[in-house]
Write a protein that binds this ligand. Structure first.
Ligand code: GLV
Ligand code: MN
Ligand code: MN
Length: 423
């Protein structure tokens, strides 16, 4: 039986095997609170990659690595020259991340391949699983850097020269962990790209739906800001003459929150990092570095938020007598995913009997970059309480299996399920 997506409506993945793979991967960098700390291009990231590569080779895939360290596992199709149907996500995590953010999309791809193998399904086009380097952006900013190079958003020199807080470059760290490949980034056309991911927000759970048909992603902008005043003694220095950089940063944090609130319901505004110097209890802070993350589904509203942020920082710095360095390090426009890919996800959910709804991604994903060079779609499944970027992040085996079944159907729709082999 061929369903609307071109797939076989009866095919199902092995949800138990998917869950076991997720739990095995989660052991690499496991934290005491049940989460994962597997920062990009650390030894733990290498271990996670190595495990993925071994599993893919055991599943008969050919593995290649590009110059940004993106890993691709290819299951051949009947036509070796046909553009592959690709799926994937990332294996790096936040410093206090969960078991599912990223790893789910990668291992759902592996489960699709294993299922095709078990059932002897040949596809017309190859099927590929991608592991994108440094999606989170928490070690090397900006996020999604390597899918961005793949899609031509950033050039390779920019990508390889990003530095972590200790000054080590992304390129050096790729060499160190053995994942500096020689394949040129983005050297081939894709039939389609699908990414399965936990929602990382509360909507699916609140609405009682199993599958999110992701229509696109919101616009985002990242900033690095330094306010500099004067270090001085906490005791003798009178209040009116102080140039307290942390006071400036505190006012900026308040302004960031106000900007997010004043652009409800779509606005999001966060200060996630703050570093006060010299960080001594009896010294007035002389300089503060902090980051801002602004997001909105509408590009023009994000531009308004950007102007408000800059104005608030300038006013604050003037009032307190601080120097201001204000840098927008990354801006990414709102993304609309491909209509045919959305249809494939929707009809995959229907064919499997799952409830679904359209949803806009609040988080950034590699799919947002890949969408520039290939028809792209995403599949969301609920996560408990909408909590993510948290060690407590949780999702049910049943929902993860459902998302993977929908991924299988969507992938078959684009890879062309040529039929079954005789084995
Ligand atoms: C990626 O995790 C993001 O910041 O949305
Ligand atoms: Mn993610
Ligand atoms: Mn994340």
């Amino acid at each position: 039986m061929v369903d609307a997506a071109g797939g076989d409506g009866n095919l199902r993945v092995d949800g138990g095997r998917l869950w076991r793979s997720l739990m095995d991967m989660a052991r690499i960098g496991a934290t005491d609170k049940g989460g994962v700390r597997r920062l990009a291009l650390t030894d733990l990231d290498r271990e996670g990659r190595d495990l993925f590569v071994r599993w893919c080779e055991e599943a008969g895939c050919a593995v290649s690595v590009d110059r940004m360290g993106n890993v691709f596992a290819r299951r051949p199709g009947r036509d070796p020259d046909a553009p592959p149907a690709m799926t994937g996500s990332h294996l790096d995590s936040q410093p206090t991340g969960g078991k599912f953010d990223g790893a789910y999309g990668v291992l759902a791809g592996l489960e699709v391949v294993r299922t095709l193998n078990d059932l002897g399904v040949e596809t017309e086009a190859p099927v590929e699983i991608a592991v994108w380097t440094n999606e989170e952006g928490s070690r090397f900013a900006p996020p999604m850097i390597a899918s961005g190079v793949f899609a031509g958003v950033f050039d390779i020199e920019y990508g390889l020269s990003r530095q972590d807080p200790e000054g080590r470059t992304l390129g050096e760290e790729l060499v160190r962990i053995g994942y500096a490949g020689d394949r040129e980034c983005g050297d081939r056309k894709l039939a389609a790209y699908f990414e399965a991911h936990i929602e990382q927000g509360p909507i699916l759970e609140d609405e009682g739906k199993t599958i999110g048909v992701v229509s696109g992603g919101q616009a985002q902008c990242w900033y690095e800001i330094v306010m500099t005043g004067q270090e001085a003694h906490a005791g003798p220095t009178p209040m009116p003459v102080r140039r307290d950089a942390l006071l400036g940063a505190a006012r900026a944090v308040e302004a960031v929150n106000r900007i997010g609130l004043s652009h409800r319901p779509g606005g999001r505004a966060t200060v996630g990092m703050l570093d006060a110097k010299p960080n001594s209890r009896n010294v007035i802070p002389g300089s503060v570095f902090f980051t801002v993350d602004l997001r909105h589904p509408d590009d023009s509203v994000l531009s308004a938020m950007d102007e408000e942020l800059q104005a608030a920082c300038e006013t604050t710095a003037d009032d307190i007598g601080l120097e201001l360095e204000f840098e927008r390090i990354w801006r990414s426009p709102a993304v609309v995913f491909d209509a045919a890919c959305l249809d494939a996800v929707r009809s995959g959910a229907d064919a499997c009997g799952y409830t679904s709804m359209d949803i806009v991604s609040g988080a950034g994903h590699d799919a947002c970059h890949v969408a520039r060079v290939a028809p792209t779609g995403m599949i969301f499944v609920p996560c408990e309480g909408g909590i993510s970027h948290n060690e407590m992040e949780s999702a049910t085996p049943e929902d993860l299996e459902a998302g993977c079944n929908v991924l299988l159907h969507a992938m078959l729709g684009f890879a062309g399920s040529g039929g079954r082999t005789s084995r």
